[in-house]
Design a protein around this ligand. Structure first.
Ligand SMILES: Cc1ncc(COP(=O)(O)O)c(C=O)c1O
Length: 432
């Protein structure tokens, strides 16, 4: 159907990028396009889908909820689906995280965490603690605050004037070590920069934010567990809140329900979104400890957290999230995750031997390879060629510049995942 009103697609340049493909329906790991193609969604549609497209259980849960209560204002009211979600989530998150604040997506979950951290110290009469520390290569979303804590990139370049200043410290990008060491004999020296900063300026710093163990959009960079543990330790030592952005890593992506679980780390604030509804509905959640929440319970009305979005705690999204968690409880989801992780491991071990491949990285259901090219980075000329090649072979992969990664829905069949890797090998051999 042609309309005079045209959809402006995200991350898409109308002059350079191919026109969008119309998807008629989807099922499991496959997208069925209007022109008759069956494309494997090897990136879970921007990392959201867990149990397959059009999963009948989640679809039915949303439909049932829609007939009962679609939405109600969450200020002054609550509803059963939201209460059930709080209870179900509490079975998976660290016991210390006892409060849940709803928002709309990953970016707003991050905005909420940052605002909570700053107001927390304000409410405690320490208003000078406003600074935020974030990691090199970090990505936390596209709204102004989330963009400020994200590292500089082609995404943020036009908005320098809108980004508030943050302290930027090294991340544990071992392939391109920021302090020139090799992982085999390093002692996570890259974290010393954060330590020095906190030693000198923690009196003016509210929080450190980071993607635990896996920095996604910054290039699928996998950190040693010790890096996360040291960051947590330093935050505690210098009385700074630690915000774990688990928007990508949450809900099994790294092999455990949350990346923080892999490191036995409990953050003060945790942001989740993407997989929370199994990829069906948009929802953000920021979790925090009693200590944080208590600072907002006060006789002083100005200590209230004045933040909320119209669709906060939407009942349809809560119903989808509840069914997602029920699937975790009664289907062998972690067996599926282990199978994906095993195949990533096998295939990446072979890819490592190709001269075009500089580095391979894996954590749980995420497998990535960094290709050797003179123009490394998001705008690498390799990227559009790879993207086009993959689509021609009916595989949806969106390389981050010269980094190709596979992050499939958990229901992908082993032979489908092997096929994705076969196409990657063919692309490298053909294009490089
Ligand atoms: C770690 C992380 N945080 C936040 C976001 C932003 O989430 P959203 O795109 O839902 O706003 C993303 C999105 O990719 C992300 O990967």
């Amino acid at each position: 159907m042609k309309s005079s009103l045209q959809i402006w697609h995200p991350f898409t340049n109308g002059a350079l990028d191919p026109p969008p493909l119309l998807v008629r329906k989807a099922e499991g790991a496959f997208l069925h396009t209007a022109d008759g193609r069956k494309i494997i969604d090897a990136i879970s549609s921007w990392w959201v889908n867990l149990h397959g497209h059009a999963n009948p259980r989640i679809a039915a849960a949303i439909a049932a909820q829609a007939r009962k209560l679609e939405h109600v204002i969450l200020a002054g009211f609550s509803h059963e689906a939201a209460e059930e979600l709080a209870e179900r989530l509490s079975r998976w998150i660290p016991a210390e995280l006892r409060h849940l604040f709803f928002s709309d997506d990953g970016s707003t979950a991050v905005e909420v965490a940052l605002k909570l951290a700053v107001q927390y110290f304000q409410n405690l009469s320490r208003p000078q603690k406003t600074g935020i520390v974030a990691l090199a290569h970090g990505y936390h979303g596209d709204t102004a605050g989330a963009m400020s804590v994200s590292d500089e990139s082609p995404f943020t370049q036009p908005f320098r004037s809108m980004r508030y200043p943050v302290h930027r410290v090294h991340s544990a990008y071992c392939y391109r070590c920021p302090v020139g060491l090799k992982r085999e004999n390093c002692h996570i020296e890259c974290v010393q920069q954060l330590e020095k900063l906190l030693e000198e300026q923690s009196g003016q710093i509210a929080a450190v934010i980071g993607e635990p163990l896996l920095q996604g959009a910054g290039g699928m960079i996998v950190h040693p567990v010790e890096f996360l543990q040291k960051v947590r330790h330093l935050c505690t030592k210098y009385e700074v809140l630690f915000i774990a952005d688990e928007v990508l890593t949450g809900f099994g992506r790294t092999g455990k329900m949350f990346a923080c679980d892999l490191a036995n780390v409990v953050p003060d604030l945790m942001c989740v979104s993407k997989g929370i509804t199994g990829g069906f509905m948009t929802m953000g959640v920021t979790l925090c400890t009693d200590r944080v929440e208590e600072a907002f319970r006060s006789e002083n009305r100005l200590h209230t957290f004045y933040h909320g979005h119209s669709y906060t705690g939407n009942a349809l999204a809560c119903a989808a999230a509840n069914e997602n968690l029920r699937i975790f409880e009664d289907e062998p989801v972690f067996d599926r995750i282990s199978t994906i992780a095993r195949i990533h491991g096998e295939r990446l071990a072979h890819l490592r031997g190709m001269h075009q491949v500089g580095d391979v990285r894996q954590i749980g259901t995420m497998g990535a390879l960094e290709l050797v090219t003179e123009d490394a980075g998001y705008l690498s000329s390799l990227r559009p060629k790879l993207y086009g090649f993959f689509l021609e072979h009916e595989v949806l992969l969106r390389p981050l510049g010269n980094v190709v990664y596979v992050l499939p829905p958990y229901v992908i069949e082993p032979q489908q995942l092997h096929h994705v890797y076969d196409v990657i090998v063919e692309a490298i051999e053909t294009l490089m």
